[in-house]
Design a protein around this ligand. Sequence first.
Ligand code: ADP
Ligand code: MG
Length: 616
Amino acid sequence: MADIIQLLPDHVANQIAAGEVVQRPASVVKELLENAIDAGADTIKLIIKDAGKTLVQVIDNGKGMSTTDARLSFERHATSKIRSAEDLFQLHTKGFRGEALASIAAIAHVELKTKQETDDVGNVLVIEGSNITSQDVVVTPTGTSVSVKNLFFNIPARRNFLKSDTVELRHIIDEFHRVALAHPGISFALYNNGSESFNLPISNYRQRIVNIFGAKTNEKLVPVEEDTEVLNISGFVGKPEFAKKTRGEQYFFVNNRFIKSAYLNHAIASAFEGLLKTGTHASYFLNLTVDPQTIDINIHPTKTEIKFDDEHTLYALLRSAVKHSLGQFNIAPVLDFDRDPNLDTPYSYKKTETSVPKVEVDRSFNPFQEEKTSQPRVSNYKKEPTESWESLYVGLESKGNHSKQEFSAISFESEERTASIFDDDKQVEKTHTTYQLHNKYIVSTIKSGMMVIDQHRAHQRVLYEDFLKNLTVKEAASQQLLFPLQLHFSPQDIVIINQLKVDLEHTGFVFSSVMEELVEITGVPVGVPESEVSIILEQLVSDVENEVPESHFSASDLLAKSMAKSLAIKTGQSLQKDEQEHLVNKLFACKEPNVSPTNRTTFITMSVDELDKKFI
Ligand code: ADP
Ligand code: MG
C-alpha cells in the first residue's frame, strides 16, 4: 500500500496551533500585551474596535525588532526568549513558546511596524493568513505596533462562534486588568471604539488597583505581606464585609504572571472561613514570587495554569499569611467606623426581626413598650432587614458544625417570646393552614393531602412575574428615598448600568445621575429595601456580564430574573403565618406557579393515599 502520512504545510500547522492559543479577541490582547512587556516597554497602548473583532492593536515603546527579526517573528517556534529546554525553568519572560505571532498571523490580517532605537527608520510588514504580502521601510517611533484585523476571517466557524460584543469586550477588559495589575511599573491605556476607557499611569500596586476598580476600593484593601524562603507573598485582600456575590476580583500572580488555581483559591477561602456571608466571595490581589525552577508554566498553551513543585507548602503559607492579615485588621473593630453594625449584633436578635421585606413595618414601633431585648432593632431593623438574617449564617458558620435544625430551634424560641404561646396555638388550629419547615419550606394542607413549597423559589416566581409585568407595561410605582443613595461602581460596571438604565427605571428605580464611578439613586421600586439596592445592582451587572441577551425582550427577562433572585425571601428566613399564606396565595396567582424563573420546581404535593401507603 502507498504511504499516506504527509507533513502538514506550515499555514495549516499554524492554524491548528492558533486553535489552542487564540480562542477569542481577548487571547490576541493577552499575547500582544505580553510581547510588549517582554520587549521592555514602559508605556503600552491597547486599541480595540468592535470588541476586537475588527481591530486589536498594541503599541509599545519597547526595544523593537531588526529587519530580519521582524520577518522571523512570524515563523512558528521562532522566539528570542529561550534557547534550550533548560531555559524553560529559568523563565523571566512572559512568552517563550514562539508561536503567538505565527498563530495570530494564520487567522487574521496583521500589520507590524517596528523600529529599534539605534536605527533611523523601521519596518512595516503586512501578513495575511501566514503570507507576508509586503515589507517596507517606514518612519515610526522606537518600539513596536502590531495591528490584528478581521480575526478568524478565514475560519468562519470560529468567527460565528464569537459571543456578543459586550461579552467579548468583557473578556478583553479582564485580560487587560490581569496584565495591568501584574505590572504597575508600566503605564497602560485602553481605547475602545475611539474613546479612552482606561488610562493607568505608572504607580504602586495599591494605586494601580484603585485606578482600575475605582476610588472606593482603597478603603476595602487589607495588605498581606509574607516573606519566607520558598515564597514571597505581597498584595491585598478585600475586607470581608465588602465580599462580592461574584468571583470577579480574584487575582493571583505568580512571578508577575496571572494564573488560575482552584487549589490556591481554596487556601484564601479557608483563611476567610467564618468571616463571609454565605454566597459571597472574598476579593484578593496577591503576588507570589517563587524560584522559577520550582514551577512549570509550560503545561498549558495559554500559560494560565502552573504546576508547582510543592503546592501543599504554598497552600499553608498563603492561608496563614491571609489569616494573619485579617487578624490584624480585626484587632480593633470599634475603631473601624465603616464596619457594618449588623456584624456586631448577636445573632439571636436577628432572627426575631426577620420577615418579608416590608416598607411600612415598624412605623409604630416604640422601643419603650417592648421587651428589653428589642432595643437594637431601632438602629438596625429598617435599614438592613434582610442582611440581619444573612449575618446569622456568619455567626453560626464560624462556630463550625451547627445544623439547619438549630436555626429553626432558635427562631421558634424567639417567636414564643414575642407572642403568647397559648393564643398562637389556638390560632393555628382555627385559621392557619400553613406551617414553615426548617425556615425553608412552607407546608400547607390541600384537599387531596399536603403540599410542600420551596419558599425561596416560590417567591422568586412571584417577584419575577411582577417585575416582568412592570417592565412591559412600564408603569411601576416608585418609592422616593429621603436621602439620595450613592453607590460606587467600577467604570466598566457603569457601562452596563447605563445600558440597563431605561429598563431599571421601568421597574421603579429613579436615577438622579450616573457618573464615571458613581450612581445616585433617588427612588427605588416599591417594596425594595434601600439596603438591598447595591446588592441588586451588583448581582444584575454580574448576571449581564455572564449572559448577555441580544434582544430587548430577553434583556427585560434577565433583569426581572436577576432582581427576583436578589430580592426573594431566602432559605433560612423565618416567616410569620400571614406571610406564609400570602406567599402561597401569590404563588398560585402566578401564570406559571410550578417552576421558578430558572425552571426549578417550586412545590411538590403528596396525597393522603401516598401518605397512607407510608404507614402500612
Ligand atoms: P514568544 O513571545 O513566545 O517568544 P511570539 O510569537 O509572541 O513568541 O513572538 C516571537 C518573537 O517576536 C519574540 O520572541 C520577540 O523576539 C519578537 N517580538 C514579538 N513582539 C514583540 C514586540 N512587541 N517588541 C519586540 N519584539 C517582539
Ligand atoms: Mg509572545
